[in-house]
Design a binder for this molecule. Sequence first.
Ligand SMILES: CC(C)(COP(=O)(O)OP(=O)(O)OC[C@H]1O[C@@H](n2cnc3c(N)ncnc32)[C@H](O)[C@@H]1OP(=O)(O)O)[C@@H](O)C(=O)NCCC(=O)NCCS
Length: 265
Amino acid sequence: MTTGAPATEGAPWVDPAAVAALFDPVVVVAQAHVGELAFSELPAPARDRMTGFTVPLRRRTYTAGRLAAARATAAVTGLPQWLGADEHGIPAWPVGTWGSLSHTNEIALCVTSVAPDTGLGVDIEPLDSAGELHAAVRYVCTPAERERVAASARPAEAVLRVFCAKEALYKALPARDQRGLSMRSVELDWSEPAAPYAPSTLVAVTGPAPGAEARCAVIGTHMVAAVTLPSTGLSRGRPHPGASGQSGARGGKLADAQRADPQPA
Ligand SMILES: CC(C)(COP(=O)(O)OP(=O)(O)OC[C@H]1O[C@@H](n2cnc3c(N)ncnc32)[C@H](O)[C@@H]1OP(=O)(O)O)[C@@H](O)C(=O)NCCC(=O)NCCS
């Protein structure tokens, strides 16, 4: 099921049906364009969360995320919900629903589901961020992943896929399992896609959710990763091998990766 405003002419647009197809349970996919709604038009409780953030772009992406979530929750519950969040920024979904949010500087994407107790994670990255991520491969990838990237016919694309998958996996985890994780806390395994930007599934071989799958696909000009985690089988509240400090701070996706692991091997 998909919902959201019609594409604004000239603005990036992600095919919602293609996003929904990456998830196992039936999900509602909604999106919003950054700038479509002004920050000042958000309801006061949603605005209040952002009092500490004065960077205009951050307010605009936050607002677009809230708008996408309002559309998604309206489709699920019948009423648009302006999501709150906990002190770590984890969105508070309406009772009985689960979801995930991601945004670029131009678009916000939200997925929600009523599948019982299901962790959902979505991440969207512009394809043109691949070069920057490749330059930061030491922050994104474990040594074994770096070897696989180096052997790949398209290394920048491989790093983009790994980064996107790890962001989606992180969001799908319960909060207690996120603690202490960094990009290199999880190692992924994957088969080299036969064609450039072909769909690919990456499998977690270490970390809090071994066996978890991240499905990645190029949709328009973006890489999108989707993770669905049933609550059963997840570790609860124990430290993870390779954990290295608190993540989840703000300031850009690459900055997050570097903050989480400042001295990679
Ligand atoms: C939290 C994190 C995933 C956010 O991702 P991002 O690349 O900065 O930004 P995105 O646009 O993709 O997603 C941001 C949205 O995710 C949601 N979010 C933030 N923290 C979250 C968390 N801990 N769990 C789930 N969702 C979260 C929020 O809705 C946020 O948007 P908002 O603040 O405007 O509401 C990222 O900062 C991070 O910490 N990554 C580490 C990943 C990692 O270590 N992976 C390896 C182990 S699995």
